[in-house]
Design a protein around this ligand. Structure first.
Ligand code: SAM
Length: 139
């Protein structure tokens, strides 16, 4: 549930969005110089004004993360790019992603890594990227 985003995949997104905040990280796994950790609790932080990358923990609180990404992603001068499993039967997908975000379903399965960048087997689930471009078009 705390596996890291494959660096090559992140770099492709970063080239497009120029992220300024990794909203769910550890000091070692952070993809941006500004990041929130579990101690900061990103769910209670203001993400406004940033180009945010977020690969949240895939546990029971995932719905709360998707709602938070949606809400922060409505702010002015803010872009939120959310990487999650493509579970299209979930309430959070229908409530906060479908018809509200730009959705990119990934072809194939990501190979998430540990904090040292060591890849595991391909994920046993498909992934999607949901993009919220603020109420004014984003950062
Ligand atoms: C799926 S990992 C992503 C790690 C890294 N940002 C990446 O994309 O490679 C989720 C991260 O969120 C962190 N995390 C868990 N709860 C959090 C919280 N409430 N606020 C901020 N980060 C949290 C975990 O420690 C973990 O490092």
């Amino acid at each position: 549930m705390d596996w890291c985003t494959p660096m090559e995949f992140f770099k492709e997104l970063d080239a497009e969005f120029h992220f300024t905040l990794d909203a769910a990280a550890t000091p070692k796994s952070a993809k941006c110089s500004k990041y929130f950790t579990v101690e900061d609790n990103a769910l209670e932080q203001d993400w406004g004004g940033h180009a945010v990358f977020i690969n949240p923990p895939y546990g029971r609180t995932l719905g709360k993360w998707v709602e938070k990404a949606y809400r922060e992603g409505q702010k002015a001068n803010t872009t939120v790019v959310l990487l999650i499993p493509a579970r299209t039967d979930t309430t959070y997908f229908h409530k906060y992603i479908l018809g509200k975000a730009e959705i990119r379903f990934l072809r194939g399965r990501l190979k998430f890594t540990d904090e040292n960048g060591m890849a595991k087997d391909a994920a046993p689930f498909p992934s999607l990227v949901a993009i919220y471009r603020g109420r004014d078009g984003g950062v």
